[in-house]
Design a protein. Structure first.
Length: 207
């Protein structure tokens, strides 16, 4: 299994400057993260809801790479802090950084960066490698998330309410992430094959 960074493999045409291409990718994936935040299921026993944000964030890093992926997450956070309704269930405001989920929001940027960085270093070229990278990417937000939550709940309660209830859901997200990366890999390989055939045809015509 090969998992190249899609944004690096599918390069812009000569008609699209690289900076505009990057800006469109970053803005587009910030929107994807915003949409994923609207899929939110509050749990009565914890202040942390179940969302698709981690799934979207990790894939953003995997498909865009470390710098673009982290930039997309930071843009998403800036949109929410500026008042746009991009956080869970259409909420917004800087107050979310100080709330119980503030640590997870900060962790998203690190998750995207680390996932992209590891894939750029080609540590996900096998199925096992891809699984390890995706598992790590999904775990990263819990480090600042649970740490911040423990300030108000204490370490043991924060671990019990901010980490354990989400393990099954994260396992399903990781499986889905592998499927998306597999599809991206097929797309990249198809483009590579198309480009190779076009170059061969060009040489044959020249001869």
């Amino acid at each position: 299994m090969s998992t190249p960074v899609l944004a690096m493999a599918v390069r812009p045409t000569n008609r699209i400057p690289a900076r505009i291409y990057d800006a469109c990718l970053i803005a587009g994936f910030s929107l994807v993260i915003a949409v994923s935040a609207q899929v939110s299921i509050p749990l009565p026993f914890t202040p942390v809801p179940v969302t698709l944000q981690t799934f979207a964030v990790v894939l953003t890093g995997a498909l865009l790479g470390s710098r673009r992926g982290a930039a997309a997450v930071l843009l998403y956070l800036a949109e929410g802090f500026a008042g746009l309704p991009v956080f869970s269930l259409g909420s917004a405001g800087f107050v979310h950084l100080l709330g119980p989920t503030g640590g997870y929001l900060i962790g998203f940027a690190f998750a995207a960066w680390i996932t992209g960085f590891l894939i750029e270093r080609r540590l996900a070229t096998t199925l096992l490698g891809a699984l390890m990278v995706l598992i790590l990417g999904h775990l990263v937000p819990y480090i600042p998330g649970v740490a911040w939550l423990s300030v108000s709940l204490g370490p043991s309660r924060a671990f019990a309410l901010g980490f354990l209830p989400f393990l099954v859901g994260d396992a399903l997200k990781i499986v889905a992430s592998v499927g998306v990366l597999t599809g991206a890999n097929i797309l990249v390989r198809s483009k590579d094959l198309h480009d190779t055939l076009r170059r061969v045809d060009g040489r044959n015509e020249a001869e």
